[in-house]
Design a protein around this ligand. Structure first.
Ligand code: FPP
Length: 248
Protein backbone atom coordinates (compact mmCIF):
# COMPACT_ATOMS: atom_id res chain seq x y z
CA UNK A 1 0.00 0.00 0.00
CA UNK A 2 1.26 3.45 -0.87
CA UNK A 3 1.07 6.54 1.31
CA UNK A 4 -2.16 7.65 -0.39
CA UNK A 5 -3.81 4.28 0.34
CA UNK A 6 -2.83 4.56 4.01
CA UNK A 7 -4.33 8.05 4.13
CA UNK A 8 -7.54 6.82 2.48
CA UNK A 9 -7.80 4.06 5.09
CA UNK A 10 -7.43 6.75 7.81
CA UNK A 11 -10.06 8.93 6.12
CA UNK A 12 -12.48 6.02 6.19
CA UNK A 13 -12.11 5.40 9.92
CA UNK A 14 -11.69 8.96 11.13
CA UNK A 15 -15.11 10.37 10.28
CA UNK A 16 -17.68 11.53 7.80
CA UNK A 17 -16.66 12.03 4.18
CA UNK A 18 -17.40 15.56 2.91
CA UNK A 19 -20.24 15.31 0.40
CA UNK A 20 -19.01 18.27 -1.63
CA UNK A 21 -15.36 19.27 -2.04
CA UNK A 22 -14.48 22.48 -3.92
CA UNK A 23 -10.96 23.33 -5.06
CA UNK A 24 -9.28 26.55 -6.21
CA UNK A 25 -6.47 25.05 -8.30
CA UNK A 26 -3.64 27.55 -7.97
CA UNK A 27 0.08 27.61 -8.65
CA UNK A 28 0.47 26.20 -12.17
CA UNK A 29 2.38 29.31 -13.26
CA UNK A 30 4.77 29.20 -10.30
CA UNK A 31 5.34 25.47 -10.79
CA UNK A 32 6.41 26.16 -14.37
CA UNK A 33 8.53 29.19 -13.43
CA UNK A 34 10.44 27.16 -10.82
CA UNK A 35 11.44 24.83 -13.68
CA UNK A 36 12.05 27.63 -16.19
CA UNK A 37 9.23 26.27 -18.32
CA UNK A 38 6.49 28.26 -20.09
CA UNK A 39 3.30 28.72 -18.03
CA UNK A 40 1.13 26.52 -20.29
CA UNK A 41 3.34 23.54 -19.36
CA UNK A 42 2.33 24.15 -15.76
CA UNK A 43 -1.34 24.06 -16.80
CA UNK A 44 -0.73 20.81 -18.69
CA UNK A 45 0.71 19.20 -15.55
CA UNK A 46 -2.25 20.63 -13.68
CA UNK A 47 -4.50 18.54 -15.89
CA UNK A 48 -2.90 15.39 -14.45
CA UNK A 49 -3.78 16.58 -10.96
CA UNK A 50 -7.39 17.00 -12.10
CA UNK A 51 -7.41 13.34 -13.16
CA UNK A 52 -5.94 12.25 -9.80
CA UNK A 53 -8.37 14.19 -7.62
CA UNK A 54 -11.33 12.93 -9.65
CA UNK A 55 -10.23 9.32 -9.08
CA UNK A 56 -9.39 9.96 -5.44
CA UNK A 57 -12.78 11.60 -4.85
CA UNK A 58 -14.60 8.61 -6.32
CA UNK A 59 -12.53 6.23 -4.19
CA UNK A 60 -13.36 8.20 -1.03
CA UNK A 61 -17.08 8.48 -1.79
CA UNK A 62 -17.25 12.25 -2.32
CA UNK A 63 -20.52 13.08 -4.15
CA UNK A 64 -19.67 16.45 -5.72
CA UNK A 65 -16.24 17.80 -6.76
CA UNK A 66 -16.15 21.44 -7.87
CA UNK A 67 -13.03 22.73 -9.62
CA UNK A 68 -12.35 26.39 -10.42
CA UNK A 69 -10.68 25.99 -13.82
CA UNK A 70 -10.97 29.43 -15.41
CA UNK A 71 -12.29 32.65 -13.93
CA UNK A 72 -13.94 35.57 -15.70
CA UNK A 73 -10.84 37.56 -14.80
CA UNK A 74 -8.64 34.95 -16.52
CA UNK A 75 -9.88 36.21 -19.94
CA UNK A 76 -7.56 39.16 -19.29
CA UNK A 77 -4.42 37.02 -19.26
CA UNK A 78 -2.10 37.28 -22.32
CA UNK A 79 -3.84 35.93 -25.44
CA UNK A 80 -1.30 33.12 -25.79
CA UNK A 81 -2.04 31.79 -22.30
CA UNK A 82 -5.82 32.06 -22.79
CA UNK A 83 -5.63 30.10 -26.02
CA UNK A 84 -3.34 27.50 -24.40
CA UNK A 85 -5.91 27.05 -21.60
CA UNK A 86 -8.73 26.78 -24.14
CA UNK A 87 -6.79 24.13 -26.10
CA UNK A 88 -6.15 22.21 -22.88
CA UNK A 89 -9.84 22.32 -22.05
CA UNK A 90 -10.71 20.80 -25.40
CA UNK A 91 -7.93 18.23 -25.08
CA UNK A 92 -9.06 17.31 -21.58
CA UNK A 93 -12.61 16.66 -22.81
CA UNK A 94 -11.42 14.74 -25.85
CA UNK A 95 -9.06 12.52 -23.85
CA UNK A 96 -11.14 12.02 -20.73
CA UNK A 97 -14.80 12.06 -21.77
CA UNK A 98 -15.11 8.34 -22.34
CA UNK A 99 -13.23 7.38 -19.17
CA UNK A 100 -15.19 9.87 -17.06
CA UNK A 101 -18.36 8.34 -18.44
CA UNK A 102 -17.14 4.81 -17.63
CA UNK A 103 -16.26 5.93 -14.10
CA UNK A 104 -19.83 7.13 -13.64
CA UNK A 105 -18.93 10.83 -13.51
CA UNK A 106 -21.50 13.43 -14.49
CA UNK A 107 -19.56 16.37 -15.90
CA UNK A 108 -21.20 19.77 -15.51
CA UNK A 109 -19.71 23.04 -16.77
CA UNK A 110 -20.78 26.19 -14.93
CA UNK A 111 -20.14 29.82 -15.83
CA UNK A 112 -20.64 32.22 -18.69
CA UNK A 113 -20.28 29.49 -21.33
CA UNK A 114 -21.42 31.84 -24.12
CA UNK A 115 -17.96 33.41 -24.03
CA UNK A 116 -16.25 30.14 -24.99
CA UNK A 117 -14.95 29.76 -28.56
CA UNK A 118 -17.21 27.55 -30.71
CA UNK A 119 -14.97 24.45 -30.59
CA UNK A 120 -14.77 24.50 -26.78
CA UNK A 121 -18.47 25.27 -26.45
CA UNK A 122 -19.28 22.26 -28.63
CA UNK A 123 -16.98 19.96 -26.65
CA UNK A 124 -18.43 21.18 -23.34
CA UNK A 125 -22.01 20.58 -24.52
CA UNK A 126 -21.14 17.11 -25.82
CA UNK A 127 -19.49 15.84 -22.64
CA UNK A 128 -22.34 17.22 -20.52
CA UNK A 129 -24.88 15.39 -22.69
CA UNK A 130 -22.78 12.19 -22.79
CA UNK A 131 -22.46 11.98 -18.99
CA UNK A 132 -25.79 13.49 -17.90
CA UNK A 133 -27.15 10.14 -16.68
CA UNK A 134 -24.20 9.31 -14.37
CA UNK A 135 -24.58 9.25 -10.59
CA UNK A 136 -21.25 8.23 -9.02
CA UNK A 137 -19.70 11.70 -8.84
CA UNK A 138 -20.79 15.13 -10.04
CA UNK A 139 -17.75 16.95 -11.45
CA UNK A 140 -18.52 20.68 -11.56
CA UNK A 141 -16.01 22.49 -13.76
CA UNK A 142 -16.23 26.27 -13.37
CA UNK A 143 -15.18 28.00 -16.58
CA UNK A 144 -15.51 31.70 -17.33
CA UNK A 145 -17.02 31.90 -13.85
CA UNK A 146 -17.24 34.72 -11.33
CA UNK A 147 -19.35 34.46 -8.20
CA UNK A 148 -20.48 38.10 -8.16
CA UNK A 149 -21.66 37.78 -11.76
CA UNK A 150 -23.51 34.58 -10.78
CA UNK A 151 -25.25 36.48 -7.94
CA UNK A 152 -26.12 39.41 -10.24
CA UNK A 153 -27.59 36.94 -12.73
CA UNK A 154 -29.69 35.34 -9.97
CA UNK A 155 -30.92 38.79 -8.87
CA UNK A 156 -31.86 39.61 -12.46
CA UNK A 157 -33.77 36.33 -12.84
CA UNK A 158 -35.66 37.09 -9.63
CA UNK A 159 -36.44 40.63 -10.83
CA UNK A 160 -37.79 39.24 -14.12
CA UNK A 161 -40.00 36.75 -12.27
CA UNK A 162 -41.30 39.48 -9.94
CA UNK A 163 -41.93 41.88 -12.84
CA UNK A 164 -43.83 39.16 -14.70
CA UNK A 165 -45.96 38.38 -11.63
CA UNK A 166 -44.54 34.85 -11.26
CA UNK A 167 -43.01 35.62 -7.87
CA UNK A 168 -44.18 37.92 -5.07
CA UNK A 169 -41.53 40.11 -3.38
CA UNK A 170 -42.17 38.38 -0.05
CA UNK A 171 -41.38 35.04 -1.68
CA UNK A 172 -37.81 36.19 -2.31
CA UNK A 173 -35.89 34.17 0.27
CA UNK A 174 -32.63 32.20 0.46
CA UNK A 175 -34.15 29.24 -1.36
CA UNK A 176 -35.39 31.51 -4.17
CA UNK A 177 -31.91 32.91 -4.66
CA UNK A 178 -30.08 29.57 -4.32
CA UNK A 179 -32.36 28.01 -6.93
CA UNK A 180 -31.19 30.61 -9.47
CA UNK A 181 -27.48 29.95 -9.01
CA UNK A 182 -25.55 27.68 -11.40
CA UNK A 183 -25.13 25.24 -8.48
CA UNK A 184 -28.89 24.64 -8.13
CA UNK A 185 -29.49 21.17 -6.71
CA UNK A 186 -25.94 20.75 -5.29
CA UNK A 187 -25.35 20.72 -1.55
CA UNK A 188 -23.10 23.59 -0.43
CA UNK A 189 -19.39 22.67 -0.30
CA UNK A 190 -18.33 21.10 3.01
CA UNK A 191 -14.65 21.64 2.28
CA UNK A 192 -12.83 24.25 0.16
CA UNK A 193 -9.20 23.55 -0.72
CA UNK A 194 -6.93 26.22 -2.15
CA UNK A 195 -3.49 25.21 -3.28
CA UNK A 196 -0.21 27.16 -3.42
CA UNK A 197 -0.66 28.76 -0.01
CA UNK A 198 -2.81 31.70 -1.11
CA UNK A 199 -5.46 32.66 1.45
CA UNK A 200 -8.12 34.17 -0.78
CA UNK A 201 -11.56 33.16 -2.08
CA UNK A 202 -10.99 34.99 -5.41
CA UNK A 203 -14.66 35.43 -6.34
CA UNK A 204 -15.44 31.69 -6.11
CA UNK A 205 -18.83 30.49 -4.75
CA UNK A 206 -19.28 33.44 -2.37
CA UNK A 207 -22.85 32.45 -1.46
CA UNK A 208 -22.27 28.70 -1.34
CA UNK A 209 -19.16 28.85 0.89
CA UNK A 210 -20.95 30.51 3.84
CA UNK A 211 -20.25 27.62 6.28
CA UNK A 212 -17.56 25.72 4.37
CA UNK A 213 -14.39 24.56 6.12
CA UNK A 214 -11.24 25.98 4.49
CA UNK A 215 -8.02 24.06 3.89
CA UNK A 216 -5.06 25.95 2.48
CA UNK A 217 -2.41 23.64 1.06
CA UNK A 218 1.11 24.95 0.41
CA UNK A 219 1.47 22.49 -2.49
CA UNK A 220 1.37 23.93 -6.03
CA UNK A 221 -1.52 22.50 -8.08
CA UNK A 222 0.60 20.34 -10.47
CA UNK A 223 2.05 18.57 -7.39
CA UNK A 224 -1.37 18.06 -5.76
CA UNK A 225 -2.60 14.46 -5.93
CA UNK A 226 -4.43 11.71 -4.06
CA UNK A 227 -2.37 11.96 -0.87
CA UNK A 228 -2.86 15.74 -0.65
CA UNK A 229 -6.62 15.38 -1.15
CA UNK A 230 -6.85 12.81 1.62
CA UNK A 231 -4.73 15.01 3.93
CA UNK A 232 -7.20 17.83 3.30
CA UNK A 233 -10.13 15.54 4.14
CA UNK A 234 -8.41 14.39 7.35
CA UNK A 235 -7.96 18.05 8.31
CA UNK A 236 -11.67 18.64 7.56
CA UNK A 237 -12.66 15.65 9.69
CA UNK A 238 -10.78 17.12 12.66
CA UNK A 239 -12.91 20.30 12.61
CA UNK A 240 -16.00 20.90 14.69
CA UNK A 241 -18.71 22.33 12.43
CA UNK A 242 -21.17 24.51 14.33
CA UNK A 243 -22.93 26.47 11.56
CA UNK A 244 -23.04 29.49 13.87
CA UNK A 245 -24.52 27.55 16.79
CA UNK A 246 -22.91 26.38 20.05
CA UNK A 247 -22.20 22.72 20.74
CA UNK A 248 -24.31 20.84 23.27
C1 FPP B 1 -4.12 28.66 -11.60
O1 FPP B 1 -2.71 28.71 -11.69
C2 FPP B 1 -4.69 27.76 -12.57
C3 FPP B 1 -5.45 28.13 -13.65
C4 FPP B 1 -5.76 29.52 -13.97
C5 FPP B 1 -5.94 27.14 -14.61
C6 FPP B 1 -6.38 25.82 -14.08
C7 FPP B 1 -6.33 24.84 -15.19
C8 FPP B 1 -5.94 23.55 -15.09
C9 FPP B 1 -5.60 22.92 -13.82
C10 FPP B 1 -5.76 22.68 -16.31
C11 FPP B 1 -6.98 22.47 -17.10
C12 FPP B 1 -8.03 21.78 -16.36
C13 FPP B 1 -9.16 21.36 -16.95
C14 FPP B 1 -10.22 20.73 -16.15
C15 FPP B 1 -9.37 21.52 -18.38
P1 FPP B 1 -2.02 30.10 -12.02
O2 FPP B 1 -1.76 30.14 -13.47
O3 FPP B 1 -2.84 31.22 -11.48
O4 FPP B 1 -0.68 29.92 -11.22
P2 FPP B 1 0.20 31.08 -10.57
O5 FPP B 1 -0.65 31.74 -9.52
O6 FPP B 1 1.37 30.33 -9.99
O7 FPP B 1 0.60 32.01 -11.68
Amino acid sequence: MGAADDLLAQVRVQGAIPRHVAIIMDGNGRWARERRLPRPIGHRHGMKSVREVVEASIAAGVEVLSLFAFSQENWQRPAGEVSALMSLLEEYIQKEARELDEQGVRVVFLGDLDRLPAAQRGAVDRVMALTAHNTKLVLNLFISYGSRAELVRAARLIAEDVAAGRLAPDQVDEAALASRLFTVGCPDPDLLIRTSGEMRISNFLLWQLAYTELHISPVLWPDFGRAELYEAILDYQSRERRFGRVTA
